[in-house]
Design a binder for this molecule. Structure first.
Ligand code: GDP
Ligand code: MG
Length: 205
């Protein structure tokens, strides 16, 4: 009897308040967008199963509950992350300029083994907004990515569901490439395994 092993990958989403982090996560996981501003979704993370190169992986996506305004997310938020998604709003220069400090904060708090090669991905969100309002060019965003070791870049709209699935597919791929044995868990939903667990629990010896 083989216990099925499951890959659980932790992804965290960082960036200035209001750039659309919660909306991106909601669009990816629930395929929904809500106009009402909600600082928190009331949960630490959402999970979604994705298939990458014939492997089923569970992405555990951690969003902030609005504490990013105070840059005080606590070490549990960062601990064990397999990929970090940096988000800015293409219509807001300040959110682009703060990317460096979010990246630095991540590297300090998560202290990954190899900071130079840790997988980051950049998302420029809200591309649905009219062109005249755009403040950060694609070239500028790509310059940031190049300076950080050629990290991938996606332009998205959580509102109109543009490129969101594609961006998270890239996230899953990067996280999987960075996975280690800490990310492998026994799948307790496996029926054979569950049955054995039950037998063990009811055994009086
Ligand atoms: P967070 O603070 O980074 O989690 O940002 P939210 O997801 O709460 O979004 C902040 C605001 O931007 C909300 O009013 C959203 O409805 C809006 N928003 C999020 N994504 C988009 C998008 O792709 N396009 C537009 N036009 N608005 C968005
Ligand atoms: Mg949020």
């Amino acid at each position: 009897m083989a216990i099925r092993k499951k890959l659980l990958l932790k992804v965290i989403i960082l960036g200035e308040s209001g750039v659309g982090k919660t909306s991106l996560m909601n669009q990816f996981v629930n395929r929904k967008f809500s106009k009402d501003y909600k600082a928190t979704i009331g949960a630490d993370f959402l999970t979604k199963e994705v298939v990458v190169d014939d492997k089923i992986v569970t992405l555990q996506i951690w969003d902030t509950a609005g504490q990013e305004r105070f840059q005080s997310l606590g070490v549990a938020f960062y601990r064990g992350a397999d990929c970090c998604v940096l988000v800015y709003d293409v219509n807001n220069s300040k959110s682009y300029e703060s990317l460096d400090s979010w990246r630095d904060e991540f590297l300090i708090q998560a202290s990954p083994n190899n900071p130079e090669t840790f997988p980051f991905i950049l998302i420029g969100n809200k591309v649905d907004v009219e062109e005249q309002k755009r403040m950060v060019s694609k070239a500028k965003a790509l310059a940031f990515c190049q300076a950080k070791g050629d990290i991938p870049y996606y332009e998205t709209s959580a509102k109109d569901a543009i490129n969101v699935q594609e961006a998270f597919e890239a996230v899953a791929r990067l996280a999987l490439a960075n996975a280690d044995e800490d990310d492998v868990t026994n799948d307790f939903t496996d029926p054979v395994h569950l049955e054995l667990e039950t037998q063990k629990a009811s055994c009086s010896c």
